[in-house]
Design a protein around this ligand. Sequence first.
Ligand code: 13P
Ligand code: SF4
Length: 303
Amino acid sequence: WPVHAPYIKAINELKKVRGAAILAHNYQTPEIFHGVSDIVGDSLQLAKEATKVDADIIIQCGVHFMAETSKLLNPEKTVLIPDMKAGCSLASSITGADVRALKAAYPGVPVVAYVNTSADVKAEVDICCTSSNAVQVVESLGTDRVIFLPDQYLARWVATQTEVDIIAWKGACEVHERFTGEELRDYKASDPSIKVIAHPECPPDVIAEADYTGSTAGIIDWVVENGQGKVLMVTECSMADNVAASAPDVEFVRPCNLCPHMKRITLPKILDTLLTVEGEVLIAQEMAKRARASVEAMVNLNN
Ligand code: 13P
Ligand code: SF4
């Protein structure tokens, strides 16, 4: 990417000088994903890898809740985000006060929070999950009923995979809720060989059309392992660009939905973050202690 080359060079040099590691979510643009990141992955991989980072400074190329999760797991490190306004429609759909009201309405029922939530919400719940371990986390609690928040569609998908009764919140991802079953049926009608791979944040009529449903890492693995012919990845658009080099026999069919929050992170902003060391993500101590416990409960499940 000639236009990006000077930024990529400057960032890679300066991050060494600063002793910084760059963590990038699978939805980052290819020049960030391939050009400057040290660790890439889905939410679970980034949360786990964050605990192994040697560097004193973590630059989180993703949205704010991801930077908070890194800070929770690395309280001694400086965690910086290149744009503080990089939010998430799921994280902003619920507050800690909403969780307290839910707990009062369903006394004794454990609460699982998708990591796409603020530290304020994580502080109120029993355990976190991501889209790659949601079913395992729900079943780990050993109860008949679980409150699952904030994504109503992920909750509905989990409910199809387990006997546990799921009480859902009403949040939705503004990117995945835009896909429709109808548009997928139209694509398939135009070419029945197309494989449809969906993220579980999609509505049920979309998932009903999918050949595989999984987290962003699950989607990448599926495409790299099985990929040939036409594949329609029903998720954020940058994923296809990022996985293209690892799946040369795949032709990506794309309705292109971008996450405006993820796209706030750019190379110039990353460089600026390295230059100024501004954009630190901080979490009040008492809240952090409780939120960390629910993230660690998840991370420790497989350890
Ligand atoms: P993953 O955990 O699958 O990467 O999902 C995070 C996310 O924000 C999807 O929209
Ligand atoms: Fe949030 Fe959806 Fe963007 Fe993921 S894609 S960060 S869930 S708004």
